[in-house]
Design a protein around this ligand. Structure first.
Ligand code: NI
Length: 404
C-alpha cells in the first residue's frame, strides 16, 4: 500500500472540501426532494429508485432491491485493498409534519422526522466525492442504504442478504443527525452508544366478578399494578447503579365499567439497557417477578418478550480513526467525545455486531434558524449547512480506515 505523505493528505482534504462546497446546493436539493416524498419502512420504493438511479448515473456499481427496498452501491478503487462501508437509513415516520416550509412532506401522515433524508443526502455526498477521487482509493467503499430502521428493522435482513460480503466489509461507519446538538459539532463515542430496545407484552388472567365481592374474584388490575411497581424495583434494587436499565410500562388496559372487576389486564412496555449481558438476563428476571406476584393470587399470565435491536456498541479503534478524521475536517473545537450514551435504539447495532465500526452524532440544532426540535417531533428539521462537511468527514474517515 502506498503511504500518503502529509502534503498529499492536506492536498486531498483541500480537494474534498472544494468538491463539498461545490455540491452543497445539490445535496440540499436531494435532501429536500426526499423530505417532500417520505416513505415508511419497507415501502421506500421511490426513495430507493431515486438513490439507485442517482448513483448508477454517477457510475457506481449499484444493486437494487436488497432485502426488499435496500440499495447497495460500490466504488472500486484503482488498487486492491480493504473495504469500508458507509451506511444510511432511508425510512420516514408515521407523523404528520407541522413545519411550514417549501419542502414540507407531500404525503399526509408521513414525515422524515428522524432525519433519514439527511442521512441519505450525506451518504450520496460522500459517494460523489469518493467517486471523483476514486483514482486515489486503495480498496473499496460500499454504500449501504437500508430500509425500515424505525421498524421493524432493515439492517438484519440486509446482512442476511449478504451486504457485508463481496467484497467483505472490514469496517463500517454511519451517523445520525442529532437534534439536541449544536449544528457544526460532531460527537463520537467508544463502546455502547445507543440502547437495546426490547418489548414486553403481558396478559394477566384473573377471574372477573362483582366489585362489591372482591374475595370471589382474582383482580387482575391489583395484580398488574403490583407488577408495574415491582418492575421499577428491579431497576432500582437489582441493577448495579452504574448500569443503565429502563423499564417503561406504557400501556395498561383492563376493565370497562366502574363496578365490574375484569377478567384480565393487558400491559405493554419497553425495556432498554446499554449492556448486552444484562439485556440477556432481564427476560428471566422480569418473568420471575411476574410469576412471583401472580401465583399467590391464583392468577396466570401470558408473557411475550420480544427482543428488538441490540445495544449499539462502537469499536474503540474505528471510533478513534473517525474522530481524528473529523478533527482534520472540522477542527478540534468542533469534535467532541459524547458525555453519555443515548437510551434510544438503533438497528445499526446489527452491523456493529458483525463488523467493527462506529456511529457518530451529527449536530443539527440551530436556534437562529428556528431549528430546535428533537427527532420524532412533528416540527423536527435540520440545519442543512451540515450537508457540506458531513460527507467530507465520511470520505476522510473512509480514506483513513482504508489506509490502516
Ligand atoms: Ni433515526
Amino acid at each position: 500500500m502506498v503511504k500518503m505523505e502529509q502534503a498529499e493528505k492536506t492536498d486531498l482534504l483541500a480537494r474534498m472540501k472544494a468538491l463539498a462546497h461545490a455540491q452543497h446546493a445539490e445535496l440540499v436539493n436531494i435532501r429536500r426532494h426526499l423530505h417532500e416524498n417520505p416513505e415508511l419502512g419497507f415501502e421506500e420504493v421511490a426513495t430507493a429508485q431515486y438513490i439507485a438511479d442517482y448513483l448508477a448515473g454517477l457510475g457506481l456499481e449499484v444493486t437494487r432491491q436488497v432485502a426488499k427496498t435496500g440499495v447497495v452501491a460500490l466504488i472500486r478503487g484503482v488498487q486492491p485493498g480493504k473495504t469500508v462501508a458507509i451506511r444510511a437509513d432511508m425510512d420516514a415516520l408515521p407523523i404528520q409534519e407541522l413545519n411550514e416550509v417549501p419542502y414540507k412532506s407531500k404525503h399526509p401522515g408521513k414525515m422524515h422526522a428522524c432525519g433519514h433524508d439527511a442521512h441519505v443526502a450525506a451518504a450520496i455526498g460522500a459517494a460523489r466525492i469518493l467517486w471523483e477521487l476514486r483514482d486515489q482509493i486503495n480498496g473499496n467503499v460500499k454504500f449501504i442504504f437500508q430500509p425500515a430502521e424505525e421498524a421493524p428493522g432493515g439492517a438484519e435482513p440486509m446482512i442476511a442478504a449478504g451486504v457485508l460480503e463481496n467484497p467483505t466489509v472490514d469496517a463500517i461507519i454511519g451517523g445520525h443527525v442529532w437534534g439536541g446538538l449544536e449544528s457544526g459539532i460532531i460527537e463520537v463515542m467508544s463502546g455502547p452508544t445507543m440502547a437495546s430496545s426490547d418489548i414486553i407484552r403481558l396478559k394477566i388472567i384473573g377471574k372477573g366478578g362483582h366489585a362489591a365481592q372482591p374475595h370471589t374474584t382474582i383482580d387482575p388490575i391489583v395484580i398488574a399494578s403490583e407488577i408495574v411497581g415491582a418492575l421499577q424495583k428491579l431497576v432500582s434494587r437489582q441493577t448495579d447503579p452504574f448500569e443503565s436499565v429502563v423499564i417503561s410500562i406504557c400501556s395498561f388496559h383492563a376493565g370497562d365499567v366502574f363496578n365490574v372487576i375484569p377478567h384480565s389486564a393487558y400491559l405493554e412496555g419497553a425495556v432498554r439497557t446499554l449492556n448486552n449481558e444484562l439485556r440477556q438476563e432481564l427476560p428471566q428476571k422480569i418473568e420471575k417477578i411476574i410469576r412471583g406476584i401472580t401465583e399467590p393470587y391464583g392468577a396466570t399470565y401470558e408473557l411475550d418478550y420480544y427482543l428488538g435491536y441490540p445495544v449499539t456498541v462502537n469499536d474503540p479503534g474505528v471510533t478513534e480513526t473517525v474522530r481524528k478524521a473529523a478533527v482534520s475536517v472540522l477542527g478540534a473545537d468542533k469534535v467532541r467525545v459524547a458525555a453519555r450514551a443515548s437510551m434510544g435504539g438503533e438497528d445499526y447495532a446489527y452491523f456493529l455486531n458483525k463488523v467493527p465500526g462506529t456511529y457518530i452524532r451529527i449536530g443539527t440544532r440551530n436556534p437562529e434558524k428556528g431549528i430546535c426540535q428533537e427527532m420524532h417531533h412533528p416540527r423536527f428539521d435540520i440545519d442543512e449547512a451540515v450537508l457540506e462537511l458531513t460527507p467530507v468527514v465520511y470520505a476522510q474517515a473512509a480514506f483513513d480506515l482504508l489506509a490502516e
